[in-house]
Design a protein. Sequence first.
Length: 250
Amino acid sequence: MKLDPTEYKIDFKNRCALVTGAGKGIGREIAVELHRFNAQVVAVSRTRTDLEKLKDEIGCETITAELADPAQAKRAAEQAGEIDLLVNNAAIAKLEPFLKTTIEAWDETMAVNLRAVLIITQVVAAGMIARGVPGSIVNVSSMARFQALRGHAAYCASKAGLDQLTGVMAVELGEYGIRVNSVNPTVVLTEMGKRAWSDPAKGGPMLARIPLRRFAECEDIASVVCFLLSDAAGMLNGLALPIDGGFHMT
Ligand code: NAP
């Protein structure tokens, strides 16, 4: 599609967007940004009060669900109704050294970061195909997919798996006009980011490797997600896109 630079703007009018993990951090910012671009937003998360605050701000539909539970993940996706844009953002990071990684933490990480994405995307993509509409899906992965981060065994493995899942979904859903991409952010000082990186002994060396000399902000991720969801990215499919200020080149 040829874009008119004087008129082109992202506009998700009449499109419905489902965002998981929309209660806090990056997911919340993505929901707000989608609303600014006129999407109807369905926000899924675990803590009801977070969703109520978001609803007060942007007037979205809200669904409370524990996505580690496959039945709740499926119910949330079904309850969301007809979806055109999907952002699989919810994830957890349980920091444990490799030798002390517990089965419980491993299983919960895979259940939320990977299995819930499979379940939700199956429901949403099947709905798009049945309605005969194109769609766009963005999975929020991490630079942890490329970097072996100490203390992040389950998290790194889940994000590497997520990017491969993205690839297979891009290949299989592409023929229906459904694009699937991942974004791979560097550190963002959300609640999750602070737990892992606020100690200068850990965060300092990480920051020093980022050519732009700053961590990312939630807005940096939300704007790229909206671009990937939009028609301007109409030929992008199966990407794992670093949002890292050039870290991946160092
Ligand atoms: P966050 O501040 O911890 O927020 C995560 C959101 O997801 C919260 O609203 C949380 O709800 C929800 N969530 C988590 N587990 C859930 C579950 N089992 N069921 C339903 N909702 C659940 O995290 P964030 O930093 O914004 O991270 C968002 C995404 O970016 C994740 O995919 C993360 O891996 C990725 N990422 C983050 C960073 C970073 O440095 N922060 C870097 C790269 C990639 P509750 O609070 O109610 O549990």
